[in-house]
Design a protein around this ligand. Structure first.
Ligand code: IMP
Ligand code: MG
Length: 179
């Protein structure tokens, strides 16, 4: 880690995020009902998921929660990059309404893979909720069902998102200003 503190420009502050989470939870509750299985994709979505499930509680949802870790191998700029499960869920998804939560939608490969996998395992429905959407970076037609905020084409950190495993603890979403 750098000795000097980097200058971080805030894109979305903690109050904006908290407000948006409550709105998202209302949208999800209206669309999916109260009996859902939340699957949070590790590691990046753990902060967002932790706040969103409490917002879901305020919206009258009683979710069950599980976790899945996914990794993309290969050069992310090459379109053949494949996604693998490095830690699987414990619960069964058969017949369940699943809400898949991740931090950021970029190429769309991670969410496309995870959604197809859960459908193949017999989930009744799979909806996706992304904290951020980098729209210009998609390599497929994947569209999320619920999105927190649009994300500019910048490498963002904080609120669960890392740069070289640092900065996940920041209570806001921002980017490092290059001097
Ligand atoms: P994709 O949609 O399959 O390209 O994957 C998106 C994944 O790449 C996310 O789950 C993040 O782990 C990572 N990622 C993409 N953009 C950023 C960023 O700006 N900051 C931190 N991680 C990112
Ligand atoms: Mg990730």
């Amino acid at each position: 880690m750098a000795e000097t503190k980097p200058q971080i420009e805030i894109l979305y502050g903690s109050a904006d995020i908290a407000k948006r989470n409550e709105e998202l939870a209302e949208e999800i509750a209206a669309d999916m009902g109260s009996d859902i299985l939340v699957i949070a994709v590790l590691k990046g979505s753990f902060v967002f998921a932790a706040d969103l499930i409490r917002a879901l509680h305020h919206a009258g949802v009683q979710p069950q929660i599980d976790f899945m870790a996914l990794s993309s191998y290969g050069d992310r700029s090459i379109s053949s990059g494949t996604v693998v499960i490095t830690r699987d869920i414990v619960d069964t998804v058969k017949g369940r309404k699943v809400l898949l939560i991740d931090d950021i939608l970029e190429s769309g490969r991670t969410m496309d893979f995870a959604k197809n996998e859960l459908i193949a395992r017999g989930a009744e429905a799979v909806k996706t909720c992304l904290m951020l959407d980098k729209k210009g970076k998609r390599v497929n037609n994947f569209e999320a069902d619920f999105v927190g905020f649009d994300c500019p084409d910048l490498f963002v950190i904080g609120y669960g998102l890392d740069y070289a495993h640092y900065y996940r603890e920041l209570p806001y979403i921002g980017y490092i200003v290059q001097n």
